[in-house]
Write a protein that binds this ligand. Structure first.
Ligand SMILES: NC(=O)c1ccc[n+]([C@@H]2O[C@H](COP(=O)([O-])OP(=O)(O)OC[C@H]3O[C@@H](n4cnc5c(N)ncnc54)[C@H](O)[C@@H]3O)[C@@H](O)[C@H]2O)c1
Ligand SMILES: O=C(O)C(=O)C[C@]1(C(=O)O)C=C[C@@H](O)C=C1
Length: 380
């Protein structure tokens, strides 16, 4: 790490402890800034996949060479990217071995993690508790993306014990990922994420859980609405049980308020079902819908100074038959267009699906023209 006269730090070497979705995504973003990244994980397959994806180099064995035992200098920063319950122990062990000058974590809950770290005897001066507000419903290194945090908020929950240089180092990390640092206390953080992340996750799970009772004909009618509302319900139940369990009181409060709103709406609908002519019967329903619309409008489009990487989406209707997606990819490849991302929507029973190809804007028109000329059903 270099620190100039103005106190600006340069992070050169980072150790990522936990090569899953978040650890590998951070590593990929750091590699784009030529930061040296070492990766470690109790699961060797996770490290191997992350390294193959270009996220960095493996630390030999679990912590081996980063421990300083064999003369390797401590990293500028160690990032604990493990599930919340594992953070305090991993941090303490890393600090005991002196693997880095500064430490941070990415756990989705902060009050419990910080208290547990303190109780475990961690050095709180070099530790900056953090939480990037970018993620996905799929875990593991295979789901990692370098741009996962672009334009997102990244909570930093330092205390008055935290060394200001440590905060500067972690702020530099956040800047490398394209995220925007938001400084707040661990308690403020946990109340905020109960509202904007943890309760929404439980609500999505509740909606998705209803689908497990639906018959397949009903599910066959599913459009984009239910997919939008339930996307995050695909997240890892083990991880999310930990997350909401460590933020229990705040999440419970949000869920009770949500349940009360839904119960009011259900009561009004029951009443309307029984007395369809009562003019004011649907007032609670309309009120909830209006408040819902107003709440949704209050969400900032994106936070911070960064802009999401611009992509053009090319929607193509493809037949639901073996090899059609492969042929579509081949056609894009032959047109020399790189597919940055792909989304597939397909309702069971329908003979076609919708493939949405994400490409850089300058390639969009070219891809549309070439695919259409080859007979693909390309849409605007
Ligand atoms: N998934 C999200 O959208 C999201 C977003 C922001 C923050 N987070 C937080 O990031 C952390 C990691 O979540 P993820 O989604 O990357 O999960 P993940 O399952 O993709 O990866 C977690 C990795 O941690 C490893 N691990 C387990 N115990 C460990 C230990 N003691 N030391 C080091 N590594 C260990 C696992 O082997 C796994 O590879 C969690 O604390 C989570 O709360 C998740
Ligand atoms: O976009 C998603 O898939 C997420 O769920 C990301 C999300 C969230 O916004 O709630 C989930 C958990 C995190 O701790 C941070 C971000």
């Amino acid at each position: 790490m270099r620190c100039d006269d103005a106190g600006v730090v340069a992070v050169r070497r980072v150790l990522v402890l936990g090569a899953g979705l978040i650890g590998t995504s951070i590593a990929l973003a750091l590699r784009e800034h030529d930061v040296d990244v070492l990766l470690s994980d109790p699961d060797p397959a996770a490290v191997s996949l992350a390294c193959d994806l270009g996220a960095g180099e493996p630390v030999r064995g679990w912590f081996d060479s980063a421990a300083g035992d064999d003369g390797v200098a401590p990293a500028d920063l160690a990032i604990v990217a493990a599930p919340p319950a594992a953070v305090p122990g991993t941090l303490r062990s890393a600090q005991d071995r002196g693997v880095a000058h500064v430490y941070t974590d990415v756990a989705s809950v902060k009050t419990w993690v910080v208290e547990a770290a303190r109780t475990a005897g961690c050095d709180m001066t070099t530790y900056v508790p953090g939480h990037p507000m970018g993620g996905r419903e799929r875990g593991g290194a295979g789901a990692a993306r370098a741009d996962l945090f672009l334009g997102r908020s990244w909570a930093l929950c330092e205390s008055d014990k935290t060394d200001p240089t440590a905060v500067r180092v972690v702020t530099e990390l956040v800047a490398h990922t394209g995220a925007h640092p938001v400084r707040l206390s661990a308690q403020e953080h946990d109340r905020a994420v109960a509202l904007v992340s943890h309760a929404p996750h439980m609500a999505a799970a509740a909606v998705a859980a209803r689908l497990s009772c639906g018959d397949s004909r009903a599910l066959g009618l599913a459009g984009q609405g239910v997919r939008d509302v339930t996307r995050i319900a695909a997240g890892d139940p083990q991880l999310w049980t930990e997350i909401v369990g460590y933020n229990a009181a705040s999440v419970a409060g949000e869920l009770s308020a949500l349940a009360a709103d839904l119960e009011d709406a259900a009561a009004a609908l029951r009443e309307t079902g029984a007395n369809p002519r009562r003019a004011d019967g649907l007032h609670p329903v309309r009120d909830l819908l209006l408040r819902g619309q107003a709440g949704q409008e209050r969400l900032p489009a994106k936070h911070g100074f960064g802009r999401d990487r611009d992509y053009t989406v090319v929607p193509v209707v493809i037949p639901d038959e073996p090899g059609s997606l492969a042929r579509l990819f081949q056609a894009a490849g032959a047109a020399d267009v790189n597919i940055e991302d792909v989304r597939l929507d397909h309702s069971p029973g329908l003979p076609v699906g919708l493939a949405q190809l994400w490409v850089v804007p300058e390639a969009g028109d070219q891809l549309r023209t070439i695919l259409a000329a080859q007979g693909w059903s390309v849409h605007a």
